[in-house]
Write a protein of this length. Structure first.
Length: 194
């Protein structure tokens, strides 16, 4: 049984009166005390709400306007965490080299197992103090959402190959027939065939 199917079963059994908890720990907002859920019946859950203007996920991921929630649900195997988060990342466009804010969205489901026999591929186990730290998970999933080639917009025109001007801001008057002198022999061969 996959984590997604476990989450679907739990979500269907949870009542509409889900308790929500805004996260108020400013020093480590991703460290959640979930000990109260351990002795609750299967299907019990709590939503933790995140609204963080700026955060650095060590060592190098700086995010702005991180918002979303993490639902922690009690299962027979452990505590199932379903996170839905969004944030903004300052990065550089690969075409025009301007700085822009890249939106990131992540949606993940992970199980913090009660024992080694229930452990999943992610090898997460519930700590003895019942405080789970979502920081490494959030960092990993946010990194996975960063595009390999970030673009400020899908129709970014990039830089002029001749003068380096940002073609999104203004057009260049360079002729498109500029030919490298080393290729003139090849051009003459093409002209002869036509």
């Amino acid at each position: 049984m996959t984590l997604e199917s476990i989450y679907a079963i739990i979500s269907s059994t949870i009542s509409s009166a889900v308790t929500t908890t805004p996260v108020s720990n400013t020093s480590n907002p991703f460290r959640l005390n979930v000990g109260f859920l351990i002795h609750q019946p299967v299907g019990s859950s709590r939503d933790f709400i995140f609204e963080i203007p700026e955060v650095t996920l060590e060592p190098d991921l700086k995010l702005e306007d991180l918002a979303g929630s993490a639902r922690v649900a009690r299962t027979t195997q452990g505590l199932l965490v379903h996170g839905k988060l969004q944030a903004l990342l300052h990065t550089e466009c690969v075409r025009c080299l301007t700085d822009f804010r890249q939106p990131l969205n992540t949606d993940f489901t992970e199980l913090y197992a009660f024992s080694r026999k229930s452990i999943t591929d992610s090898e997460l186990i519930l700590p003895e103090d019942a405080h789970i730290n979502l920081r490494p998970l959030i960092r990993e999933y946010m990194l996975l959402d960063i595009p390999i080639k970030p673009l400020c917009s899908p129709d970014c025109k990039g830089l002029c190959l001749i003068c380096g001007n940002n073609l999104n801001e203004s057009a260049c008057d360079h002729g498109t027939d500029t030919l490298d002198p080393r290729l003139s022999i090849l051009k003459s061969l093409l002209d002869e065939q036509n």
